[in-house]
Design a protein around this ligand. Structure first.
Ligand code: SF4
Ligand code: SF4
Length: 335
């Protein structure tokens, strides 16, 4: 990341945090934009490939990026679906970089070798790794393993930071050791993520044999591995929170007197430019069309929950709940 971008990102986060602390107007510093719902894979826990396949063209993409920048967003996560299914994804990354965003991109990397250059302008690449070949394909389907390790190796060789996301399921529960050994050998880091339930972009459920006690043990074990210096991108606070979660069949709850920073500090944008506080709230509340309205004034400030273990949202929330520790950890892990 260029020094100017780092400063702009820090300033945007600081302004966003201040607005959150004084309960002022929303001031998101980060947006996650799903550039498409389409995907070449059919992972057992993901519903994205089964929902609306339409997306914004490049001229409306330019308008969306201009609007995000004008409202103070400096961190842009490009997600999907599979972004590499868009022939113009390289141009989208370039447009975002031209506007001064810090850009991460999530890709399953199975299509990476066709056009590796399309990811090269991104500041960080997230990919997926649910274990060894058998575990990965059990969770993500036949063909999901092909090209992933070669793609990671190429990105690492180019000096690109890579974080592999492991979704914790019955297939990956005993795979953390193998994934971390591979990460150490190849030079990438791993973010572990609970399986999310009850929202439009996910499907399926964990089997009853995967108990809450076993899952809490898993997160406690990871906490120990993190403290031993293993290449775990997930923050200590994130792992502690998960080690204490009561019921993993429930991803989000409403706790009286607590606030969530979704919508205030970060938000989610779907492939047509419609925004929600976070990906989990898509389909649970009205959206704001960012091509026609400003999130800061059009959103009513409501979220359906205020504590969750959903995807990266917990890491984002920790930036607001425990700002100092989380910002230092985040700068180390993601900066
Ligand atoms: S999790 Fe990612 S790779 Fe798997 S189906 Fe969903 S979008 Fe595609
Ligand atoms: S607690 Fe906040 S971030 Fe989590 S799912 Fe609910 S609205 Fe989204």
């Amino acid at each position: 990341m260029r020094p100017g971008e780092k400063l702009a990102l820090g300033y945007a986060y600081g302004a966003s945090l201040l607005a959150y602390m004084v309960d002022g107007a929303p001031r998101p510093f980060s947006a996650t934009w799903a550039v498409t719902n389409r995907c070449n894979l059919r992972c057992g826990y993901c519903n994205c490939p089964f929902i609306d396949p339409s997306h914004l063209d490049l001229s409306r993409t330019a308008l969306l990026l201009d609007r995000l920048r004008a409202m103070g967003v400096r961190r842009l996560g490009l997600a999907g679906g599979e972004p590499l299914l868009r022939q113009d994804i390289g141009e989208i990354v370039g447009m975002a970089k031209d506007r001064g965003f810090w850009v991460s991109i999530n890709s399953n990397l199975t299509l990476y070798d066709r056009h590796p250059e399309r990811l090269h302008l991104a500041d960080l690449v997230y990919t997926s790794l649910d274990g060894d070949e058998a575990a990965h394909e059990a969770a993500r389907g036949t063909g999901s393993w092909a090209g992933v390790l070669a793609g990671i190796a190429d990105l690492v060789r180019l000096g690109k930071p890579v974080i592999a996301i492991c979704v914790v399921t019955e297939h990956s529960l005993d795979q953390a050791g193998a994934i971390l050994r591979r990460a150490e050998a190849m030079g990438f880091r791993v973010h572990f993520q609970p399986r999310c339930t009850e929202t439009e972009i996910v499907r399926g459920r964990a089997p009853a044999t995967l108990t809450n006690a076993a899952l809490r043990d898993f997160w406690r074990h990871l906490l120990g591995e993190k403290r031993r210096g293993r290449p775990i991108a997930s923050s200590t606070a994130f792992l502690e929170f998960l080690a204490g979660w009561d019921d993993f069949a429930v991803s989000a709850v409403e706790v009286p007197g607590r606030r969530c920073a979704a919508g205030r500090g970060f938000f989610y944008v779907d492939p047509l430019g419609r925004a929600y506080p976070c990906a989990y709230t898509k389909g649970k509340m009205p959206s704001v069309d960012l091509l026609a309205a400003d999130w800061r004034t059009a959103w009513d400030g409501a979220t359906p929950c205020n504590r969750c273990i959903v995807g990266p949202m917990l890491e984002f929330n920790l930036l607001y709940w425990r700002p100092l520790a989380a910002a230092v950890a985040s700068a180390r892990s993601y900066g």
